[in-house]
Design a protein around this ligand. Structure first.
Ligand code: ATP
Ligand code: MG
Length: 199
């Protein structure tokens, strides 16, 4: 690199740093946020659990509700339970096995009751609602009630919401929304889901 190029690069970097510093200085508000991780690609729940792990590492208090059917094994759950993170796992049988919508609704309502309690708890820094979007898509939970509980949560509490096709009303009140878009998935090439990678 010539002296001229080096000088140019330095100037560009300095200008960029000044811009970033200014934006960092402007971001002064301190409050909890709502993070939505949606889309059809792999990486929503792992991202959410990654953030919970990060928070636990800093000594923050977290709780997780998994709106999953069945009592699937889950590596993150086994790890986080060892760190005293409370979990509620919805865990009904699969609808296409049991064909029992009432059982599903009851289980979703029970899981939501726990979620609501945690969303009102000022001692909790972070609440993760894993796969809750499906409960809204299936209309097992009332979207207005979910939105109200999210809005009324303690000011410093953050919430992570994961699942495909997140409801518009939830996206509207969220602060950070990431859509994971699949380009490839190993499953499509016939590779089996595996422990430690997929659950
Ligand atoms: P992960 O828990 O790995 O972050 P996710 O939360 O983004 O995945 P889910 O829709 O909750 O995705 O899917 C749960 C399971 O399905 C995971 O085991 C994941 O590997 C797998 N999966 C995710 N996306 C796809 C996809 N596009 N095709 C096939 N399987 C997928
Ligand atoms: Mg998931």
């Amino acid at each position: 690199m010539s002296e001229h190029d080096k000088q140019k690069h330095k100037q560009r970097m300095e200008a960029q740093k000044a811009r970033i510093d200014e934006r960092v200085a402007q971001a002064q508000e301190e409050r909890g946020i709502i993070i939505v991780l949606t889309g059809n690609g792999k990486g929503k729940s792992t991202s959410g659990f990654g953030t919970v792990t990060r928070a636990v590492g800093h000594g923050l208090r977290c709780a997780v509700v998994q709106f999953v059917k069945g009592t699937w094994p889950c590596g993150e759950r086994d790890l986080l339970l060892q760190h005293h993170v409370p979990f509620h796992v919805m865990g009904t049988g699969f609808t296409w096995e049991t064909q029992d919508k009432d059982t599903d609704i009851k289980a979703a309502t029970k899981a939501w009751a726990q979620a609501k309690e945690w969303l009102a708890d000022p001692n909790l820094d972070l609440v993760m609602l894993d796969e809750i979007t499906y409960m809204l898509s299936y209309k097992y939970l009332d979207v207005d009630e979910v939105v109200q509980a999210l809005k009324n949560r303690p000011r410093n509490q953050s919430v992570i919401i994961t699942g495909r096709a997140c409801h518009r009303a939830v996206i509207d009140i969220a602060d950070t929304v990431s859509e994971v878009r699949p380009q490839k998935h190993a499953f499509e090439a016939g590779i089996k889901a595996q422990k430690g990678i997929d659950w």
